[in-house]
Design a protein around this ligand. Structure first.
Ligand code: 5AD
Ligand code: SF4
Length: 453
């Protein structure tokens, strides 16, 4: 899919993109920014200052739905710099609700879906020209938005989608209904994109898919994720990461690839969702807690020191205290470096939405808080092991709190802060690798002293 346009059609217009949800949306937002930049628009910090506001939405949980409605409605009476503001809603809510969004939100001008971000500039231009509203949502697309320009948040980091959609139908999850069946991107296309990114000076790539481990099954009859890692290993890009993995599809070949390929980073996000077999079955996850733990053992045996992270849902309908305790025990045993914890959110159209549950919200909230404490304790413990080590970090910028302190990430993706030395400016270091001796290890970050670059 090529992007061919006269380059100045949005000259002088300002835009702002608000991104919710997963990394796929972040990737899509970078593509939208790339296209708008090419048309001459420039980015501003807030929707209020923007002539064009694009929402890349998520519908995995209800909270994001509610936030979107609030944010769009709040723009209604705020004038745009050039008079009329274009509000465009894309991503998963756009894909799911289409037309309904323009009915419910009177200031939504454009609704687009997850399959047609390349059409957004045309929809914007025609809305500006004719003052019309437009809804365009496609059932599916035959292309990946790979040839679209991209305005990357960090020039040295790129998201590379390798598959879209999901075939797993976990009983709580709306993704398969919204994003459609799993569709892998051809192997050669991914490899050539990695090569191109390497020549552009990208140092870190995150390979993306709802379930990267089953990559290739639809195209080649068998998963080929390990081969993707091998090829990525030879691409010249220093750091390769990937998300998300489904435990039922994480193969020994992939674990071995992680163990042997030096630039595949020692980090694995492996969503467990629950530690109770009863709940795992009701969730349609297709593994038991024991199988999950065995998988973790083989990852640690083969890869060695690695940061493990996960997703967990608390309050799945019918979850008892006993089920919840099984989740806590599993988390203690794995000792995660990080976990994304969610309170179950009922999504209409999914099988779990039909399960009646009368567990009071306070009980679920209290379990959630206990889970967060367990995760914080293991995150803290995991970070202690880095004290007095020297970590190679990829510098991202300065700390939010203090511009004299740089921040970057270790191979395990831990955040590191270190004071800038007298002979370095952040502009010299950003996007480069520096060595930092770790002096302090907190729950969510490390801090130390630069020892070389
Ligand atoms: N409620 C709460 N969390 C959910 N997730 C997916 N669907 C739901 C839901 N209905 C979580 C899962 C998944 C992550 C991306 O979002 O933990 O791994
Ligand atoms: Fe949703 Fe399960 Fe697919 Fe993840 S694997 S997107 S949780 S259905």
């Amino acid at each position: 899919m090529q992007f061919v346009h006269e380059t100045n059609r949005l000259e002088g217009y300002t835009y702002c993109i608000r991104t919710f949800g997963c990394q796929m949306n972040k990737h899509d937002s970078e593509r939208v920014a790339g296209m708008l930049d090419m048309l001459g628009a420039y980015t501003v910090e807030t929707p209020e200052e923007a002539d064009i506001v694009v929402y890349m939405t998520c519908c995995v949980r209800e909270a994001a739905d509610v936030r979107l409605y609030g944010q769009v409605a709040s723009l209604k009476n705020v004038p745009a710099p050039k008079g009329r503001r274009i509000v465009a809603i894309g991503g998963c809510i756009g894909q799911r609700d289409g037309e309904m969004l323009t009915e419910k939100l009177e200031n939504a001008d454009i609704v687009f879906g997850t399959h047609n971000i390349s059409h957004l500039p045309d929809l914007i231009l025609s809305s500006l020209e004719h003052g019309t509203r437009a809804v365009e949502v496609l059932e599916k697309s035959d292309d990946f938005p790979t040839d679209l320009p991209s305005q990357r948040e960090f020039p040295w980091h790129a998201w590379v989608p390798i598959a879209i959609g999901c075939d797993n139908f976990c009983s709580y999850c709306i993704v398969p209904y919204v994003r459609g069946r799993e569709k892998s991107r051809p192997f050669e296309e991914i490899i050539s994109e990695l090569g191109r990114l390497a020549t552009e000076g990208v140092h870190e790539v995150t390979l993306l898919g709802q379930n990267v481990n089953s990559y290739g099954r639809d195209l080649y009859g068998e998963p080929r994720f390990a081969q993707i890692l091998e090829a990525a290993g030879n691409s010249g890009i220093e750091r390769i990461r990937f998300a998300t993995s489904h435990p039922k599809d994480l193969s020994i070949a992939t674990i071995d690839a992680m163990a042997t390929i030096g630039n595949v980073m020692p980090q694995l996000h492996l969503p467990v969702q629950s530690g109770s077999d009863r709940i795992l079955q009701a969730m349609n996850r297709k593994y038991t807690a024991k199988q999950y733990l065995e998988l973790i053992d083989s990852v640690r045996d083969r890869v060695g020191d690695i940061a493990l992270s996960t997703d967990i849902i608390v309050g799945f309908p019918g979850e008892t205290e006993e089920d919840f305790l099984a989740t806590l025990r599993l988390c203690e045993e794995v000792a995660y470096s990080q976990a994304f914890t969610f309170i179950y959110s009922k999504r209409e159209g999914t099988p779990a939405a039909k399960i009646i549950d009368d567990t009071p919200h306070e009980v679920i909230q209290e379990r959630f808080d206990r889970l967060v404490s367990v995760i914080q304790a293991s995150a803290y413990e995991q970070n202690q092991a880095e004290k007095n080590t020297v970590q190679r970090i990829l510098v991202e910028g300065v700390s939010k709190r203090d511009s004299a302190i740089l921040s970057g990430r270790t191979p395990k993706n831990q955040m590191v802060h270190a004071p800038l030395s007298a002979h370095h400016t952040i502009a010299d270091l950003v996007g480069t690798f520096v060595d930092v001796r770790i002096d302090v290890a907190k729950t969510w970050y490390l801090s130390g002293t630069i020892v070389g670059s």
